[in-house]
Design a protein around this ligand. Structure first.
Ligand SMILES: Cc1cc2nc3c(=O)[nH]c(=O)nc-3n(C[C@H](O)[C@H](O)[C@H](O)COP(=O)(O)O)c2cc1C
Ligand SMILES: [Mn+2]
Length: 499
């Protein structure tokens, strides 16, 4: 099976797998959907298709990404690491040796060539075309998510711009506060590529907003690619087929041919409005701030268009799995730059920019600090506030294990690095917005070269005795469900027996 080709194919697949519930009862996009969805997300429940949203002819889809299983289904993969491996195999391409490797190399090169978006003449996203006075955002079931939000917000858009100097496309996911039927704000944070395109514009910047995409293209809008790389290339590569585009009706920007809804329009340099507050993914309301104003010149749609939404808030929320997808998919690229990194984990509770746990193949004194500084210099990871470094044998996803090593291996006087640098736009803790302190904790084993005493050996049973007990387990007549040991409560008994 290939990944879903558009939102409807995705909805059909979710429904077939029992991963989607249709709700025909009338619901209000003002807060009510948030509360329903919050309960469903937190219990690991299904995607929800609200077919009867008060005041709108369009159904609303939410929680499409809300579990690990659905995130994997979106990529048609059995795990997110499988998706990462596909990226890794291209990044790590070596000059091929021998015919078989050459053929494999050609296949990989072809998969890159096929990633480039393709323009087509006609797109379903333009079955309905509303321009001028007919443009009406009130038609859409845009959610007001939290009680302190002053207005409804479009929350799951793919915002398309072009770099005014180079023409390179950028696609990003930025919330859009509704101002009136033909106007929104555009929440381009200062570290983002969309913002950079805006700042390069001399006057007017044309903008297209695609809503209701196949899940991989929607995910790709949230992916932190370097500025010069088109997110639609990543989407095409991960889908295994190019994203199809049609020319916009009122702007010189290509738009996804199979989107449910497209908003075409423009942003004038220096026309700003007071955006927010907004109940954000940090778990707090972010304060109102000036952001650019987006004027909609056309609203194009498929017939019976479905409006996609997401609610962020105190973690865990649906966006946790978009973030986890990025964590996994970008690991090969992180390792390309910092090859001593074995694995990393951005805890959902750390809302991704607050905490990074990283395991390294430590090779020299000060190595953990080198890796901290590398992360503080790496793309969007540079905004990370706290970094925990552990040795390669530590499972970064097992927070109890990480806490054990942080407790056991750290002398706070010697092993804590306090630094400073750029912080996430949304971080309310630093005294000044955008910049402040960083903390790195070196929880690796140290030796005399790092000013420590002789490091004691860790306790481990011999492999011989483990094998003996594995072999003889049945002889002991002990239940196969022994209590957890070593404080590793999450380990299943089957894993314990396999140790
Ligand atoms: C649900 C969701 C909402 C987001 N909202 C915003 C936002 O309002 N503003 C913003 O700058 N980034 C937001 N992001 C993060 C960006 O989409 C992400 O940083 C992306 O890499 C930006 O693309 P760019 O680097 O091409 O600018 C959001 C991400 C998700 C998953
Ligand atoms: Mn980008």
């Amino acid at each position: 099976m290939a990944p879903p080709s558009d939102l409807r194919a995705w909805i059909a697949r979710l429904e077939r797998e029992g991963e989607l519930v249709r709700i025909s009862a009338e619901v209000d996009a003002d807060l009510e959907i948030t509360e329903i969805n919050d309960r469903v997300v937190k219990s690991g429940g299904p995607a929800l298709l609200f077919e009867n949203v008060k005041g709108s002819p369009h159904p609303l889809l939410i929680n499409q990404f809300g579990t690990e299983k659905r995130m994997c289904m979106a990529f048609d993969a059995t795990s997110l690491d499988e998706v990462a491996a596909k990226v890794g195999s291209v990044l790590e391409m070596q000059p091929p040796e021998g015919l078989r490797e050459k053929i494999r190399g050609l296949r990989e090169l072809k998969s890159i060539a096929d990633s480039r978006p393709r323009t087509v003449k006609r797109g379903k996203s333009q079955e309905v075309v509303l321009t001028g006075d007919d443009v009406d955002l009130d038609l859409l079931p845009i959610q007001r998510c939290w009680p302190g939000d002053p207005a409804p917000f479009v929350t799951l858009p793919a915002v398309i711009t072009h770099d005014p100097r180079t023409g390179t496309r950028n696609v990003g996911m930025y919330r859009m506060q509704k101002v009136d039927g033909r106007t929104t704000y555009m929440h381009w944070q200062i570290h983002k590529d969309g913002r950079a395109d805006y700042l390069l514009a001399d006057g007017r910047l044309e903008v297209a907003v695609a809503l209701g995409l196949d899940p991989i293209t929607a995910y790709s809008a949230s992916a932190p690619l370097p500025k010069h790389i088109d997110e639609l290339m990543l989407a095409g590569f991960l889908k295994g087929s190019p994203v199809e585009l049609v020319r916009g009706k009122t702007i010189d920007v290509d738009v996804p041919a199979s989107a449910e809804i497209v908003l075409e329009g423009y942003i004038e340099r220096d026309e700003l409005g007071l955006e927010g507050p907004f109940g954000d993914h940090t778990g707090f309301y972010t304060a109102a701030e000036p952001f650019p104003v987006f004027h909609v010149t056309a609203m194009t749609m498929r017939r019976d268009a479905i409006y996609p939404s997401i609610v962020v808030g105190k973690p865990p929320q649906e966006d946790a799995w978009l973030g986890k997808a990025t964590e996994r998919i970008f690991l090969p690229a992180v390792k390309m730059t910092v090859p001593e990194i074995v694995d990393y984990d951005l805890p959902v509770a750390g809302v991704f920019h607050n905490i990074c746990i990283v395991s390294i193949r430590k090779a020299f004194p000060g190595h953990a600090r080198k890796v901290m500084h590398a992360i503080w210099g790496l793309g969007m990871l540079s905004l990370t506030k706290g970094i925990l470094v552990v040795d390669e044998h530590v499972d970064v996803h097992d927070y109890a294990q990480v806490a054990f090593y942080v407790g056991a291996n750290v002398d706070p006087q010697r092993d804590v690095v306090i630094s400073e640098g750029p912080l996430d736009h949304l971080d309310h803790a630093p005294t000044r917005q955008f910049v402040g302190g960083k903390i790195g904790i070196d929880a690796t084993a140290k030796g005399p070269a790092e000013g420590a005493r002789e490091w004691p050996p860790e306790i481990e049973m011999t492999p011989e005795v483990r094998e003996l007990v594995d072999r003889r387990w049945a002889d002991y007549g002990i239940s196969t469900d022994p209590p957890a040991r070593d404080g590793r409560i999450r380990q299943s008994s089957r894993r314990l027996l396999r140790r």
